[in-house]
Design a protein around this ligand. Structure first.
Ligand code: HBI
Ligand code: FE
Length: 299
């Protein structure tokens, strides 16, 4: 997967450009009956590929959530059926949106425990790369962990915090915390590092890269540090931040970010690949992957 959000906080609302939404909250009907056999086929290809890769790489909570949801290889899931199960477990719902929605609309949904999921699915030629969040990224990547009470509270808190951060003019800082946790987070488990970030869990190549490759840095999560760290939207991350367990996010959902914004304001920022002497290094990357790209004149 790739993402949507650039470092200036602007978004390409490509899929819906020029068409104002019919409903103020940007939701649409999923229109499940209208998915074609080809679209269900794309889901199946992606589902089967990820299902082979995730055991031993995704965290236990992710695998458990997936098991308890009406999600399988054969069909794109029905949001109504997902919501029935989620609602009973953590009070969340999944609602359909055309793609990216404006920040305030996105946060308003999260603050009310509604997860806006892209209604569309990528085309067969986009299996490995697309910019907007589609149903595979949103449902396969995010929904399993919404079954977990800690993640359920954390993402709601991000919605509440997002509305506030936007008013304070510090959304870029908060969005880095979201990026390096909800989208690209790793967690330490008894038997090794595991994935909990949806951006990784919905990408075959990054699933392997984030866990096994010696190129990226893996650093202990620190909220001030993360707020000061740029991220990559166009390629694998150069650095992943590792939490000790999912409970660490619960603390993050409860603390007041106000003083942290104050502290971080005006401090220097870090490039995605920087390692400081004060960082807690889980594994220091060789940087080989991104160096090679830079030499080739790429990113
Ligand atoms: N809209 N559908 C959708 N999904 C997102 O993840 C999303 C969005 N709009 C805004 C947004 N993310 C980000 O800008 C915020 O997380 C900062
Ligand atoms: Fe996402």
């Amino acid at each position: 997967m790739l993402r949507q959000l650039d470092e200036t906080g602007k978004h390409g609302l490509a899929a819906t450009a020029g068409q104002p939404p019919e409903r103020a909250d940007w939701t649409i009907d999923q229109g499940w009956e209208k998915y074609t056999a080809e679209e269900h086929g794309v889901w199946k290809t992606l589902f089967e590929r990820q299902s082979r890769l995730l055991p031993g790489r995704a965290c236990d909570e992710f695998v458990q959530g997936m098991k308890e949801l009406p999600i399988g290889p054969d069909q794109i899931p029905d949001f109504g059926r997902l919501s029935d199960v989620l609602m009973r477990r953590t009070g969340w719902q999944v609602v359909a949106v055309p793609g990216l929605v404006p920040d305030d609309v996105f946060f308003e949904h999260l603050a009310n425990r509604r997860f806006p999921a892209g209604q569309f699915i990528r085309k067969p030629h986009q299996l490995d790369y697309l910019e907007e969040p589609d149903v595979f990224h949103d449902v396969f990547g995010h929904v399993p962990l919404l079954m977990n009470p800690v993640i359920a509270d954390y993402i709601q808190a991000y919605g509440v915090g997002g509305l506030r951060a936007k008013q304070l003019g510090v959304l870029e800082k908060l969005s880095r915390v979201y990026w390096y946790t909800v989208e690209f987070g790793l967690v330490q488990q008894a038997d090794g590092l595991r994935i909990y970030g949806a951006g990784i869990a919905s990408s075959a190549a990054e699933t392997v890269f984030s866990i096994e490759d010696n190129s990226p840095n893996r650093l202990g999560f620190d909220v001030d540090r993360v707020m000061r760290t740029h991220y990559r939207i166009d390629d694998f991350q150069e650095t992943y931040f590792v939490i000790q367990d999912l409970e660490e996010l619960l603390a993050l959902a409860r603390i007041d970010f106000g003083p942290i914004y104050e502290r971080v304001k005006g401090q220097s920022e870090y490039r995605p690949g920087t390692v400081r002497s004060t960082d807690q290094v889980v594994s220091r990357g060789t940087g080989r992957y991104h160096d090679a790209k830079r030499r080739a004149g790429g990113a």
